[in-house]
Design a protein around this ligand. Structure first.
Ligand code: QAP
Ligand code: CO
Length: 167
């Protein structure tokens, strides 16, 4: 297992669209394990392959308190969405920034599993938010994109300052 470096907003590589995974093989299982390790170490509740500069349709999520309920999404597709909720989101690629975003309250997601099978996941609340947030990354979208231009500019300024201070 290995910890992977996480791209930071506004890195242009966060804008790449992830490719479909043709076969769930050992290289995908290894990437998923490394992504899970990276997410747990951060610590975070979700990480998309895009964020570790691997442009494949792969996501890991664990919103459980005791970090025991790892969910892996491969080529995920939302088949149903209903309702609306506002949640204060963060992102490992946008450290220290938290802002309210409106998303569907309930989603159904069709996904491949690590053993190459198929399953459907039904999610409400935080899990539904997390799935939508991570699936956005696979399309090159970051939660900051939903905010006003003024907020986006302030976030860029704050992150540039953080980057200078850590350099
Ligand atoms: C996405 O985000 C998410 O700023 C996952 O300094 C967030 O794991 C979905 C994190 C909220 C739904 C609701 C962020 C860690 C982790 C930071 C994360 C930070 C350290 C974010
Ligand atoms: Co994110």
């Amino acid at each position: 297992m290995a910890l992977l470096p996480i791209l930071k907003f506004p890195d242009p590589r966060l804008r790449k669209k992830a490719a479909l995974i043709a076969t769930v093989d050992d290289s995908i299982r290894k990437l998923a394990a490394d992504m899970a390790e990276t997410m747990y170490a951060a610590p975070g509740i979700g990480l998309a392959a895009t964020q570790v500069d691997a442009h494949k349709q792969l996501v890991v999520i664990d919103i459980s308190e005791d970090r025991s309920e790892l969910i892996t999404l491969i080529n995920p597709r939302i088949t149903e969405r209903d309702g609306e909720q506002v949640y204060e989101e963060g992102c490992l690629s946008v450290p220290g920034i938290y802002e309210k975003v409106t998303r569907a309250e309930h989603v159904k997601v069709r996904t491949l599993t690590l053993d190459g099978g198929e399953r459907e996941i039904e999610a409400h609340g935080l899990l539904a938010v997390c799935i939508q947030h991570e699936m956005d990354h696979l399309q090159g979208k970051v939660f900051v994109d939903y905010l006003s231009q003024l907020k986006q500019t302030r976030i860029r300024t704050r992150l540039a300052k953080q980057a200078r201070e850590t350099a």
